[in-house]
Design a protein around this ligand. Structure first.
Ligand code: KDG
Length: 317
């Protein structure tokens, strides 16, 4: 096993429509597993890292399904709490032939919405090499937000790098201003901030990629990575080094959900294996490209061998 990583957040069951059109008319769904942090955890585990996934689950069939999946994926599940009488969250996802599918959440008051700062007592933060967080968790409840802040504070005390993907989910926030101010407060405490371009524009009200990066770097981030979709990925670090790394061409886009999580797994993997920012971004781009060819957010996350093969077969000159 390589590096030890902690992620925390809500894992959910997802029912993916098997037919296009409004969900009220869909008769067949396939069951899958989702949750931004869980996706990143699985991605990193398949690449050979030891990953602890912290969450709370209900004592229900979806909770059992998630634990079995996490064990099968070799995640450290010692900080998963099964909560008696509570529910595991779930959501429905549309099938679309173009664009992003709509999702409908059934996660209010889920077991995961009760994740709390004290849950981190189960983790020896000083033994970690990396902490990955997303902006979904602080949107779930005040106790979830406290857990995220506790993870950041403890990681900073121990000099552990923290990456943060804002993963904007406006429906989970009371209003846009709260979302913006709380996520920006968190972002500037993290070393690596990785928004999508439309998210970055909402969070900063800035248009220019370099200005957006400067905004976060001037407040404390070391590297800012802006995902530009088919146009590639822009990065800038605190030394002012910057550039755009091209995306891989994907001709058979099935579902874009989960691409950012795949990117995060690839990028973190690269940095932890001592690769340059450019090479790490390339690994992130590769996994993002792989993920959008599947309706699942995590089933086709590559192993180290598969990632290497993809990169060799898709060399960008
Ligand atoms: O990033 C992918 C996630 O959006 C998905 O797996 C579900 O965590 C999820 C969410 O809150 O939307």
């Amino acid at each position: 096993m390589l590096a030890k990583i902690l992620t925390l957040g809500e894992a959910m069951a997802v029912m993916i429509a098997e037919e296009e059109g409004p969900l009220r008319n869909v008769n067949y769904y396939s069951k899958g597993l989702a949750g931004a942090e869980l996706n990143v955890a699985v991605g990193l585990s398949r690449l050979g890292h030891k990953v602890s996934f912290l969450t709370r689950l209900g004592d229900d069939p979806f909770g059992e399904y998630i634990v079995e999946f996490a064990n099968r994926e070799n995640l450290d599940t010692s900080c998963i709490k099964i909560c008696k009488g509570e529910n595991t969250g779930m959501y429905l996802k549309e099938k679309v032939s173009k664009g992003d599918p709509k999702v409908f959440y059934y996660r209010e008051n889920s077991a995961a919405s009760r994740i709390a700062a004290e849950d981190l007592d189960a983790v020896d933060i000083s033994s970690l090499d990396w902490v990955h967080l997303t902006g979904i968790t602080p949107a779930l409840s005040p106790s979830c937000k406290n857990a995220v802040i506790e993870a950041i504070d403890k990681a900073r005390e121990n000099d552990i790098p923290i990456s943060f993907d804002p993963n904007l989910r406006p429906v989970l926030w009371e209003d846009e201003n709260t979302m913006i101010s709380q996520l920006n407060d968190i972002a500037v405490k993290c070393d690596i901030f990785m928004p999508g371009i439309s998210e970055a524009k909402i969070l900063t009200k800035l248009e220019d990629k370099s200005d957006i990066c400067n905004y976060y770097i001037s407040k404390g981030c070391k590297i800012v990575i802006i995902k530009l979709g088919a146009e590639g990925t822009y990065y800038k670090n605190e030394k002012g080094e910057c550039g755009v790394i091209a995306s891989f061409t994907v001709n058979n886009v099935v579902d874009t959900v989960g691409a950012g999580d795949g990117f995060a797994a690839g990028f973190i993997n690269g940095i932890l294996k001592g690769e340059s920012i450019i090479k790490s971004v390339e690994m992130g781009n590769a996994i993002g490209a792989i993920i959008i060819t599947s309706k699942s957010d995590n089933e086709i996350l590559p192993t180290e061998y598969e990632l290497k093969k993809f990169l060799e077969e898709h060399k960008i000159d």
